[in-house]
Design a protein around this ligand. Structure first.
Ligand SMILES: C[S@@+](CC[C@H](N)C(=O)[O-])C[C@H]1O[C@@H](n2cnc3c(N)ncnc32)[C@H](O)[C@@H]1O
Length: 210
């Protein structure tokens, strides 16, 4: 997918509504990162910014990358509303298919990077390339959809759904360099557009760099 089409797809998606995501940080991110000492973090597909902003509030120096200018404008507005944070966030508008970091990170986080607009986007290749920028002792967190709710228009799209085990296998990280710290599913309640309630499963995979 070219940058133009990815950007157009995601900007159109964001412009459907004033806000798409909850504004809350991903619960798995909060859980696994809570005990880590703050350092440099990279948030891949930062969207409306909730994860990057939460990390910055914990003292992390964050780079939040997203292809959507609309999402990043909302993220920038959201952090202005927070006011002061212990760390910092730099928002970068770029296509991860070609973007290269200019430094190393203690944490790289990708929450729901593999989703519908990305059907032609090789998120695994991006994750493997980005993981080369993780410091020894650092972590790669990948959160995805193991299941989707009954009302989701994406539920028939296999590539959007993947078990944690399949995610670990797809990344095929070199075990001499990486250990799997977490590979599991976590259930969370969701509310549909018409107020329907359901529980869905997220796949949570955390790699640690030896
Ligand atoms: C499902 S959203 C998840 C957003 C955020 N991580 C969250 O959990 O709320 C996927 C995000 O990835 C971004 N994205 C998709 N393809 C991308 C690409 N090729 N380069 C950079 N960002 C991309 C989209 O713009 C979107 O914000």
């Amino acid at each position: 997918m070219t940058q133009g089409s990815a950007r157009d797809f995601w900007n159109d998606r964001y412009e459907e509504r004033r806000r798409i995501w909850s504004g809350r940080p991903n619960v798995a991110l909060v859980d696994v990162v809570d005990d880590m000492p703050p350092g440099r973090a990279l948030d891949l597909g930062a969207g409306e910014g909730a994860d990057s902003i939460w990390l910055a509030c914990q003292g992390w120096e964050v780079t939040g990358v997203d292809v959507s200018s609309t999402a990043l404008a909302r993220a920038a507005e959201a952090i202005r509303e927070v006011g002061s944070v212990d760390g910092s966030v730099e928002w970068v508008e770029a296509d991860l298919a070609t973007w290269e970091p200019n430094g190393d990170y203690d944490l790289i986080s990708a929450c729901f990077l593999q989703s519908r607009g990305d059907l032609d986007f090789d998120a695994d290749a991006v994750l493997r390339r980005m993981a080369e920028h993780i410091t020894p002792g650092g972590h790669l967190l990948v959160v995805g959809h193991a299941t989707t709710p009954p009302w989701s228009e994406h539920r028939e799209h296999g590539p959007c759904q993947r078990t944690a085990g399949d995610q670990v296998a797809a990344l095929a990280m070199n075990s001499a360099q990486w250990q799997v710290v977490v590979s599991e599913h976590r259930s969370r309640p969701v509310t549909g557009p018409d107020g329907q309630e359901a529980a869905i499963e997220d796949s949570v995979v955390l790699f640690g760099r030896r």
